[in-house]
Design a binder for this molecule. Structure first.
Ligand code: MRU
Length: 347
């Protein structure tokens, strides 16, 4: 499986997810501006991958910096951090990763030490994410049985993380172990992360995947023996409300109607205790052309008014469980999430 991001000290290679599935090519980024643009344009996307890309952008910037005094170096680093943080607003992993790198850098006593600490921390974020995703996959597998079909949206897979993915991790692990899980992938309008990326990723891994358009979700739940809906997440608020790709909330409401468990797979890096409820999660709105046009061609009358939120919020009452690397949380989200976050910081 291709890696979404490869760190090369004086540049970072980013798998261009806008070209998939037709072309697999990496964008070479040597500046924070180039990484910012890749995040903004969804060449790299998915909450954990955005965080990793931004952390590596700081490492590349640091390696290339000629600043020789620590105060000047840290001041410029802070500016790069703020700039990268402005690329997308919803996935908290972006800010989490940037803050992890910044807090290491500020412990340095000299510029060279700061550069080493920044690189080590960025690499640690990537290595930890792989282990975290594997662990999420193990917990998710414990909720599923051989032969189960799951339904998902967007791409919360290996290319959205360091490896395995979050919502797709149980499918990858099941495949490695000869357990037969299959997936229905919602195409995920308007940018088709499900139709382009989840189908491609699961086919690469040899996992049985069936593509549906978003409007087919209710009928699929009614007719296809869906064992569970499993989705990824961009931010979990302290009370358990979760933001994920637009369309997720609708799936949760449907799942409740059909009595299908609705699981949110989320690393603890996605849990943001400083956001009290889903109402406070900033929801990115993107360009109207993402809806009025398809592959550059207009599909709506010129001047059509558009509302294009990239994410929606699923209130916690619709969520059967949140699957983290540290365990499965059901009910009592506020208490359980803050307990798990404390173990994350202690680790
Ligand atoms: O706009 P995107 O493609 O970055 O949205 C991604 C999602 O909504 C994912 O489900 C989420 O980031 C989790 S990725 C493991």
């Amino acid at each position: 499986m291709l890696r979404s991001i490869e760190y090369k000290k004086d540049h970072v290679l980013i798998l261009d997810q806008q070209l998939l599935p037709h072309e697999t090519a990496y964008v070479r980024c040597a500046t924070t501006a180039e990484v910012w643009e890749c995040i903004r344009a969804l060449k790299v996307r998915g909450a954990p991958a955005i965080g990793m890309a931004a952390a590596f952008a700081l490492a590349v910037w640091a390696n290339r910096s000629r600043l020789s005094t620590l105060p000047a170096f840290l001041e410029s680093l802070e500016r790069e951090r703020d700039y990268l943080a402005s690329s997308r607003p919803t996935a908290v992993n972006l800010f989490w990763a940037l803050d992890r790198v910044m807090s290491k850098a500020t412990t340095a006593t000299g510029v060279e030490e700061a550069k080493r600490l920044i690189e080590t921390e960025a690499l640690a974020i990537q290595a930890e994410d792989e282990a975290v995703c594997k662990s999420i996959g193990e917990h998710a597998l414990s909720l599923l049985a051989d032969g189960d079909a799951i339904l998902t949206i967007c791409n919360a897979g290996a290319i959205a993380t360091a490896r395995y993915g979050t919502a797709l991790a149980p499918l990858h692990l099941a495949k490695e172990r000869g357990i037969g899980l299959s997936a229905y992938a919602c195409e995920t309008r308007p940018l088709l992360q499900g139709g382009r990326l989840t189908t491609w990723e699961l086919q690469q891994a040899g996992v049985d995947v069936t593509l549906i358009s978003d409007s087919m979700a209710a009928y699929t739940m009614a007719t296809k023996k869906i064992a569970a809906v499993i989705v990824g997440c961009d931010r979990v608020a302290a009370n358990g409300d979760t933001a994920n790709k637009i369309g997720t909330f609708g799936l949760a409401v449907l799942a409740k109607e059909f009595n299908i468990p609705f699981y949110v797979a989320a690393p603890l890096s996605t849990v943001d205790l400083s956001t009290a409820t889903g109402d406070e999660i900033p929801i990115e709105e993107r360009a109207p052309e993402e809806i009025t046009h398809f592959q550059g061609q207009p599909i709506a009358p010129a001047g059509t008014k558009v509302f294009n939120p990239a994410f929606d919020v699923t209130p916690h009452r619709y969520i059967t469980a949140i699957i983290t690397e540290a365990g499965i949380v059901r009910n009592n989200y506020a208490e359980a999430l803050s307990r798990l976050k404390r173990t994350e910081h202690a680790a």
